[in-house]
Design a protein around this ligand. Structure first.
Ligand code: SF4
Length: 300
């Protein structure tokens, strides 16, 4: 485990503060979750929005909006009736996934939700089943996610569709971890704080942006996009905040996107990056040297 560089908390908090919550939310699929009033709808919409969160952001937002339009005013209730749901989502497509995949995912989630009272309770049961009643930690998260997914997959007849990934396969399962983050982290304008899961047990959802920044900041040396990498980055962030390491996910991801992080010293693209002084490509270079480079790259 790497120790996060000193000064990183302040840099990330400044980056987070610079992004107004409402603005950030409007550009993120989590916006659809906030539009729902009932907890059961929020859970179903969060699963839908996170599951479709691959590809470019504009397409994701369009596709989630289309699916919700088809579902009607209560997505949770709509998810309860599989034959009608299949009809509502007929013709829907997002990349390789068809409406039937989405229908089975949502129906499975609704069955699990009703059987347990909420998806949050179902997930907490899976987590405490893995931890054997001990306080849950990050080590239990992968298997708990796998059991939670098994339950939904069986209830919805989803089969092996990658729309709901298999956490035991070792990939980052970014979309699932994003779903859990939205539900479990305290309400802060982005995350919703609906689930009773300790934030210390969460694992960071790693996408290309987070992975690049994490490498540049020395939070991981791993080059693969794997669950092990997500765990390593989370462990490094836990040296900054053991109780809630994943709170740094949003600023890391958005900084990476905003800067289109080149993962090399690029005076133009790195200009304005909130973590530049801590980045391995710039560390040790004085502010003057950095400024000169930016100025000379942009001309007089
Ligand atoms: S300084 Fe540049 S390379 Fe380093 S993290 Fe920021 S954008 Fe990426």
């Amino acid at each position: 485990m790497a120790r996060a560089p000193e000064g990183l908390v302040r840099a990330l908090e400044e980056a987070r503060a610079a992004q107004v919550a409402a603005d950030r939310r409007d550009r993120d699929p989590v916006r659809f979750v906030h539009l729902q009033r009932r907890a059961e709808d929020r859970e179903i919409v969060a699963l839908l929005a996170s599951s479709l969160a691959f590809g470019n952001v504009r397409t994701i937002l369009t596709k989630v909006a289309e699916a919700l339009d088809r579902l009607g005013p209560s997505p949770a209730r709509a998810a309860g009736d599989l034959p009608r749901l299949l009809t509502k989502l007929e013709g829907f497509r997002h990349r390789i996934y068809a409406g039937a995949d989405v229908a089975r995912l949502l129906h499975g989630a609704r069955v699990v939700q009703r059987a347990n009272g909420s998806l949050g309770v179902a997930f907490s049961r899976a987590l405490s089943g893995v931890s054997g009643g001990a306080p849950p930690s990050r080590e239990h998260m992968q298997e708990a996610l796998a059991r939670f997914c098994d339950e939904i997959r069986v209830a919805g007849g989803l089969g092996k569709s990658h729309l709901l990934p298999d956490p035991r396969a070792g990939s980052t399962v970014k979309r699932l971890l994003l779903f859990v983050r939205w539900m479990a982290r305290p309400a802060d304008g982005i995350d919703l704080g609906l689930w009773d899961v300790p934030t210390s047990a969460l694992v960071i959802p790693v996408d290309t942006h987070v992975h690049k920044l994490a490498k540049n900041l020395g939070l991981t040396r791993r080059g693969d996009a794997s669950y092990a990498t997500a765990l390593e980055i989370t462990a490094s962030l836990a040296t900054l905040d053991p109780a809630d390491p994943v709170r740094f996910d949003f600023p890391l991801c958005h900084l990476g996107m905003l800067q289109r992080c080149p993962s090399r010293r690029d005076p133009l693209r790195c200009d304005g990056c909130g973590v530049l002084p801590l980045c391995r490509h710039w560390r040790g270079r004085g502010a003057g040297a950095r400024n000169n480079r930016v100025t000379s790259a942009r001309g007089p």
